[in-house]
Design a protein around this ligand. Structure first.
Ligand code: TSJ
Length: 650
């Protein structure tokens, strides 16, 4: 026990050098939390939970844990529990401390102690329990082990109670309960949906592992249990749940070599999009890396070889990698001992052995699969060959756009009302829904730097169209030419005619529909436009408040109550008239200018890449689910998104 007492914080004369370092370590986390968890916003807050859960998943990977539960308790306290061996509580000879102590008080110690325990370690994964501890107002850990319950407590990373036996137990496992420090986090409310999505993903990635997530906050009690015996096969089925698959069976291959293993699940559907999710040691790698490179190379080679061998590919015809991934949904999961994560956000896998491993496994096993399942082989090849033809047609259509622009000196669309200034850094274009709103916008704008392009009628959903159809589309061509920066591979932000592209649509069904479709178009065909931060959504006011001659506008319900109180307060009991705001088209030009277009008073929402990606998903869902054959998800979707259902031709 004497070793333990020396670890108690607040006993200054007993500190040796290593302990001072420990204290500095956790102080550093509190000083610069962003360095350890990315941010102190909602994303960093949820990261705390992942850090803890990762430890239980590591225990499951080591083969000792079969069940994990995550609970949100009243007050946004988190409790994570597993049925593993329990963190060792005995004192280690070298350090004079228990593993439990080290895990929570030493930076970077999470999961890497003891040796031998983990074949697979997360690398970047689990920067650790000590970081969570440092950023928690309080944390309690209880270890069920050897017939006893061992408890230790902390406050803001400092030990407040040394390991104490608090009871007997017949079980084994670890339970951590913590409350994030509200003086560190801007946001301390947990999102059940966010945790649920993450836990479902982890259950897919660890076949057979039971993970439950439960919200115990009053008024929002709910619970989900995940367990997928099929692992990433079921992940692919889940992603494709509202799409039409090209073949019934999900194709699954796996293999290992030395200390590494790789598994791949894939299934084609009748859409034109590629969904490729890759993971290394259960960590999502959105920027890809060696596992994705190996996957793509093998898929392209196998399909070309198969096409040649079966005669489906003629002469010198070749499929590109993109042709081969048209309409694919694939999940790649690799596990390896020393994962190297690269890139700005450390979300790209650098280990090159993994490329070879994934390539070998997929080449060998997919070749066999196609030979044994010729009907599936044929439908995949047909799909890829059609993709190759479509991409050739798209190339020609793009070429046409380019040639036409060069020939007629970039003739602008007839519907565009351009501005006078030509320096794109100073100009903005309003893309407006409907002719009447376009009329008001024209009347209200500042013609020096604001251009207006009205759009009307049914917009193309690019999520459901081949690229060549998009390039020639009569609704989209005016947008492409007005922006002047090309499209697809030709897109060049340097040629933009305006540096602010503002989508102005009503806050109603049609408005949100057109916004969704336009954002989807930008996301798929002009992505640098979004990444460069050029796209905005105008925010028309929701309410108009009138009192005598005074007119004010409110952009939210909170603003409404604030402003109306303020207006009433000006001279006692007078009456404030409140009207829910009419459509853009019904506003007169002056009103539209004052509320929505005047740079001095308007509110613009800059569109982030995530917003656009969500729009694309939404566009996909709307059309696949509402027009699809599958009755069940369709009903569910209409219930969830009633506002969209109204406006879509079924
Ligand atoms: F890290 C942590 F404290 F945050 C945490 C760790 C939180 C939670 C909820 C669980 C765990 C955890 C750790 N679960 N299971 C383990 N296992 C071990 O630490 C362990 C147990 C036994 C042995 C051994 O070699 O006997 C080795 C290890 C690493």
């Amino acid at each position: 026990m004497s070793e333990n007492i020396e670890n108690t914080v607040g006993n200054a004369e007993d500190y040796d050098a290593s302990q001072i370092q420990v204290l500095e370590g956790l102080e550093a986390v509190r000083r610069r939390p962003g360095m350890y968890i990315g941010s102190t916003s909602a994303s960093g807050l949820h990261h705390l939970v992942y850090e803890i859960v990762d430890n239980s998943i590591d225990e499951a990977l080591a083969g000792f844990c079969s069940e994990i539960s995550v609970e949100i308790l009243p007050g946004d306290v988190i409790k994570v529990r597993d049925d593993g061996r329990g963190i060792p509580v005995d004192i280690q000879e070298q350090t004079g401390k228990s593993a439990l102590d080290v895990v929570f008080t030493v930076l970077h110690a999470g999961g890497k102690f003891g040796g031998g325990g983990y074949k697979v370690s997360g690398g970047l994964h689990g920067v650790g329990a000590s970081v969570v501890n440092a950023l928690s107002a309080w944390l309690i850990v209880r270890v069920h082990k050897g017939g006893k319950i061992h408890e230790m407590r902390f406050s803001r990373g400092d030990i407040t109670q040394l390991i104490t036996i608090v009871g007997d137990t017949t079980e084994s496992g670890t339970e951590v309960t913590f409350k994030p420090d509200s003086s560190i986090f801007e946001e301390t409310a947990f999102s059940y949906e966010t945790l649920k999505t993450r836990m479902r993903e982890q259950a897919f990635l660890n076949a057979g592992l039971k993970i439950s997530v439960e919200d115990k906050r009053p008024g929002s009690e709910t619970r989900d249990d995940f367990r997928y015996e099929g692992g990433i096969r079921e992940f692919v089925t889940y992603i494709n749940r509202s799409k039409t698959a090209l073949h019934d069976q999900v194709i699954y291959v796996s293999g290992e070599r030395d200390d590494s293993m790789a598994e791949i699940a894939l299934q084609y559907n009748d859409s034109y999009n590629e969904i490729l999710l890759s993971f290394a040691n259960n960590i999502h790698t959105p920027d890809g890396g060696m596992h994705e490179t190996g996957f793509k190379a093998a898929l392209t080679r196998v399909l070309n070889d198969y096409g040649k061998k079966t005669g489906l590919l003629k002469g010198d015809d070749k499929l590109t990698g993109e042709d081969c991934r048209d309409g694919i949904t694939a999940v790649i999961s690799v596990k390896l001992t020393e994962a190297q994560f690269e890139g700005q956000t450390k979300s790209k896998l650098g280990n090159s052995d993994i490329r070879t491993l994934v390539d070998n496994i997929l080449s060998e096993k997919l070749t066999i699969f196609l030979e044994e399942n010729p009907a599936v082989g044929r439908s995949i090849l047909d799909k890829a060959i059609t993709a190759a033809r479509a991409s050739e047609a798209a190339r020609k259509a793009r070429e046409n756009i380019r040639r036409k622009n060069a020939l007629d000196g970039m003739s602008l669309p007839g519907k565009l009302t351009d501005c006078n200034v030509s320096d794109p850094r100073l100009t903005e274009i309003y893309i407006v829904e409907g002719d009447s709103a376009g009329g008001s916008a024209k009347g209200g704008r500042d013609s020096r730097f604001q251009a207006i392009l009205p759009l009307w009628g049914k917009m193309l959903n690019v999520e459901k169209a081949r690229a060549d159809k998009v390039y020639g589309n009569e609704k989209l061509t005016p947008v492409i030419t007005a922006l002047g920066a090309g499209i697809g591979e030709d897109f060049d932000s340097a040629k933009l005619r305006y540096h602010k592209i503002i989508i102005m649509a009503d806050a109603d069904v049609d408005g949100s529909h057109i916004r969704t479709l336009l954002l989807t178009f930008f996301f798929r065909f002009m992505r640098p436009l979004i990444e460069g931060g050029y796209v905005y959504a105008a925010q028309p006011p929701l309410y108009k408040l009138t009192r005598g001659k005074t007119v004010k506008y409110a952009f939210s319900d909170e603003e409404l109550s604030e402003i109306s109180a303020e207006m009433r307060g000006e001279d006692g009991k007078g009456k404030v008239e409140i009207s829910r705001h009419k459509g853009l088209g019904e506003m007169d030009p002056e009103e539209l200018w004052e509320t929505t277009m005047n740079p001095e008073t308007r509110i613009l929402k800059r569109i982030e890449l995530d917003d656009a990606a969500d729009a694309a998903l939404e566009a996909d869902e709307i059309f696949t689910v509402l027009m699809g054959e599958k009755v069940e998800p369709r009903r569910e979707f209409i219930e969830l998104n009633a506002k969209f259902a109204v406006n879509v031709d079924v």
